[in-house]
Design a binder for this molecule. Structure first.
Ligand SMILES: *Cc1c(COP(=O)(O)O)cnc(C)c1O
Length: 414
């Protein structure tokens, strides 16, 4: 996620060997890891014992979590677990091959049809992950050396897609379509790419203005709606639908990418677009062609998830009520909220050190909130990324607010 494009060499893990050549050994790696610790940028994993949810059991203790992207509370839903079991009975466990060999099943095909109808595009194509979908769509539709314009706060996988495609990546200031138009003035563009709902800020991309920019440039627009689908728009149809509802004329040429491991509670991703785009991806997207198809039982369960997410409108309504309650409470406490109407409600901390201290203090009280630090977000913009879920009760939000009121070292900007 986020901004800084760091690849090899961030840890600078090199040492001089006896021959004078650079040696890559574990001592150098350990030194680099220590530097990450010293700068509060070291990341560690927690082990959950049991299902994902708002009350995960970690190290034998139940916590209250505001960390996951399981926005609708479907990741451990019994109906989806039953659908997955039914899928296993019918299709077995593994897909056994890539889609273009013998890995493409009736369950995949049905889910693709369901997803295309859901987002309002002629066709959809399943990928094993959102990361791979973004690599695939950018590298299949852009030629090496062409220019791709990207929002500065886009998800890392979109930037990595640009690297794989060998395009010239030009990043415009967040959501600033006037700056984008200036940068582009007269120049050529192959593609514009943007998150739909930004993963670390929670705000919506200005899709109609981006679509107009893409039109003017004769470029394609790709919207990565990993955090919008299932959550915003009518029946959770995503960011584009928010604008359609406001009267935007969706001409149908915006390419939509969506993930299935967030609001829909399962796993995988898809790209929805015209027939010609989808056929091109099937022929050219290397992250589609050279990989094993996701298990068909998962596709089967995801069709059930898609139906459930649309049917249970109360989940979105409850989530909206929780968002409103949280924002009103946080505003009353004078907390530095960002302008987000989605379940992603970041609280700016400033330094990585403060974000980490806040996260650790909350954890000691039994509440999990992830500290998001550079390079995921820009330097000085470290934050707590609070995510709300339809599985939260109003009392959960009250408990979080009561703790935030007591957060140590609350003033930001020093
Ligand atoms: C999570 C995420 C992805 C990656 O999706 P996975 O299925 O987890 O690989 C891509 N884009 C955005 C904006 C995301 O938040």
């Amino acid at each position: 996620m986020g901004t800084a494009l760091r690849h090899s060499g961030t840890t600078g893990a090199r040492a001089q060997g006896v021959t004078g050549q650079r040696r890559r050994d574990d001592a150098a790696l350990r030194a680099a890891l220590e530097r990450l610790r010293d700068t509060h940028l070291y990341r560690a994993r927690r082990v959950l014992d049991g299902p994902q949810g708002v009350r995960p059991v970690i190290d034998g203790r139940q916590a209250l979590s505001f960390c996951s992207n399981d926005y609708l509370g479907l990741a451990a839903h019994p109906e989806l677990a039953a659908a997955l079991r039914a899928g296993v009975s019918r299709y077995g466990v593994g897909s056994g091959a890539a889609h273009l060999i013998t890995g493409h099943s009736a369950a995949h095909r049905r889910l693709e049809d369901d997803l295309a109808a859901f987002v309002g595009r002629p066709r959809a194509l399943l990928f094993s992950t959102g990361y791979m979908a973004n690599l695939g769509v950018i590298s299949a539709l852009c030629e090496r050396g062409e220019t791709l314009y990207a929002d500065r706060l886009n998800h890392a996988s979109l930037n990595d897609g640009a690297l794989l495609a060998g395009v010239r990546l030009r990043r415009y200031p967040h959501a600033d379509t006037a700056a984008l138009a200036r940068m582009r003035a007269g120049g050529d563009a192959a593609m514009l790419v943007s998150d739909g709902v930004f993963s670390m800020d929670g705000d919506l991309a200005p899709v109609p203005a981006l679509a107009a920019c893409a039109d003017a440039a004769g470029a394609r627009l790709l919207v990565d709606d990993a955090h919008g689908l299932g959550v915003v728009g009518r029946d959770g149809r995503g960011t584009l639908d928010v604008y359609r509802e406001q009267g935007w004329d969706d001409a149908g040429d915006v390419i939509v990418m969506g993930t299935l491991g967030k609001a829909f509670g399962t796993f995988g991703a898809f790209v929805a677009a015209s027939d010609a785009v989808i056929e091109t991806l099937i022929q050219r997207a290397r992250s589609y062609i050279y990989t094993t198809a996701l298990p068909p039982a998962l596709a089967h369960a995801t069709s059930a998830a898609l139906a459930l997410a649309q049917r249970d409108a109360w989940r979105r309504a409850h989530l909206q009520a929780l968002i409103a309650r949280f924002r009103a409470g946080a505003a009353a406490l004078g907390l530095p909220l960002m302008a987000s109407t989605t379940p992603i409600q970041p609280l700016l901390a400033g330094s990585a050190q403060r974000a980490l201290a806040w996260s650790r203090w909350l954890e000691a009280q039994g509440v999990l909130v992830t500290a998001i630090r550079p390079p995921t977000v820009p330097k000085g913009a470290a934050r707590l990324r609070i995510t709300l879920s339809a599985a939260h009760a109003e009392q959960d939000v009250e408990r979080l607010l009561a703790l935030l009121a007591r957060l140590p070292d609350r003033a930001v900007g020093d």
